[in-house]
Design a protein around this ligand. Structure first.
Ligand code: ADP
Length: 197
């Protein structure tokens, strides 16, 4: 079972992906986490991605699609994958569709987290404060100015994948402003329906 979580930065995709990993034995693939690991390792891809990410812009589609395609070959992806932060453009969505249909391994669901954008700025500030309090490094792109750009990039480049998946009759919506437990109950009911179908 493969699924996609869509939503702006701070919508709670990562939190729910972790819950789903435990509950359904799926593997979370966060392209943001994968890219941050590339930057930290100093790989060619990391070098290409770093400044783009620091600005909150999108890393080129071909780099992302290659990165995901090779990651999906690993054994831990056999039970299925939760795509978190991917696809982020219609071109990435099309590339994923062909990748999955080649494998004969279709998408079970695409879940959109609907959130109030102004609340996201507050969530980001909380995330930064928590990271600092825990002595963790704060992400270079976790500041209000870059977040505003990430939200704009989401509206311009990522939101068009919503009608794309609606046209495929794949899209479900959850209220991302609800509590973590409420969101995870809504997500579970969507997946249970998808599995039964
Ligand atoms: P966010 O908290 O904004 O959802 P992520 O951790 O998902 O952040 O991603 C951080 C950055 O990594 C993005 O702003 C972008 O530069 C890059 N990135 C992550 N996923 C993708 C993708 N699928 N396509 C292009 N760029 C990506």
């Amino acid at each position: 079972m493969n699924l996609i979580l869509i939503g702006p930065p701070g919508a709670g995709k990562g939190t729910q992906a972790k819950i789903l990993e435990d509950k359904y034995g799926l593997k979370q693939l966060s392209t943001g986490d994968m890219l941050r690991a590339e930057v930290a390792s100093g790989s060619d891809l990391g070098k290409k991605a770093k400044d783009i990410m620091d600005r909150g812009d999108l890393v080129p589609d071909d780099l992302i699609v290659d990165m995901i395609a090779s990651r999906m070959e690993a054994d831990d992806c056999k039970n299925g994958v939760i795509f978190d932060g991917f696809p982020r453009t219609v071109d990435q969505a099309q590339a994923l569709d062909s990748m999955l249909s080649e494998k004969g391994n279709p998408l079970a669901a695409v879940i959109l987290f609907e959130v109030d954008e102004e609340e996201l700025v507050g969530r980001l500030n909380t995330r930064v404060e928590q990271a600092k309090a825990a002595g963790q490094e704060v992400r270079a792109d976790d500041n209000e100015e870059t977040l505003r750009n990430r939200l704009q990039v989401y509206r311009n480049q990522t939101a068009p994948i919503i009608p794309y998946y609606e046209a495929e009759d794949m899209l479900s919506r959850v209220d991302g402003m609800a509590s973590i437990d409420e969101v995870s109950a809504s997500v579970a009911s969507i997946l249970d329906k998808a599995k039964a179908a």
